[in-house]
Design a protein around this ligand. Sequence first.
Ligand code: NAD
Length: 290
Amino acid sequence: MKIGFIGLGNMGAPMAANLARAGHEVTGFDLVAPCPEGVTSAQDVQEAARDADVVVTMLPNGAILRDVAAQVIPAMKAGAVLCDCSTVDVDSARAVSKLAQASNIGALDAPVSGGVGGASAGTLTFMVGGPDAAFKIVEPLFGIMGQKAVHCGGAGAGQAAKICNNMILGATMAVTCEAFALADKLGLDRARMFDVVSTSSGYSWSMNAYCPAPGIGPQSPADNDYKPGFAAELMLKDLRLSQQAAEAVNADTPMGARATELYASFVDNEDGKGRDFSALLPRFVSRSRS
Ligand code: NAD
């Protein structure tokens, strides 16, 4: 397949490299990042998109996606698919889909879970919104870049799934960290706490797979001085998207709202920027109630 790949940053570069390694003809473009091995460099976004069967985008936010989509769609051939894998707001995903449809281009919003490690290993999970026909065309590529692709529904459904998942993750990590800090103050050994909770009704991915307490459970960023992993500012981005979406549809999300406030304070006013999102644990340990 001929693939255009736009946005070759931390996630996009390894994803594009995996597509090229699997034998696809990949042409890439990024404003600053170089093309990874096996990917041909284009002069601009239009050149990357021209003649492509599928154009994949992996960009920082919805405004940039809208801007890139407006340039790329007119350059794409009819029947091709624009597959955006960035995490963006639901409205931007739907706006891009509408624009694409008007030019007889298929559009998918297909944000990912799995981080840079998953992008390199080709083990990402894709949450996909958009028409069946477009999903079928891109499905083999999801199989190369990832291990699972769930077709969640129409335009925007992939982004909706992503922000709901990450709202659960942010709130769950926050309460897992505060529970460890409370356990410390109650004199409960952290290893015993893990033994109990990881096999009891308080278990979660945050506790069992990504334990925020160093030296406990499987290896996680806590064991590497909280180097990300999944940076607190990326968690904050996704939580803000969840609250933006909740406002747009008038949904009551108090836990998501509190987690957003907490991460905003951690990233903007404390020492959270550049640290893993599980570094809320030392933050809670260093604080008292007031
Ligand atoms: P990144 O900042 O490393 O990469 C984004 C790239 O887009 C940069 O190289 C930038 O130069 C490029 N870019 C910006 N504007 C452009 C334009 N107009 N034309 C071409 N290229 C342009 O970010 P990342 O970590 O690769 O994340 C990409 C997306 O994936 C984000 O939406 C992020 O929320 C999402 N995501 C990231 C992770 C993660 O762990 N890093 C995990 C899941 C989802």
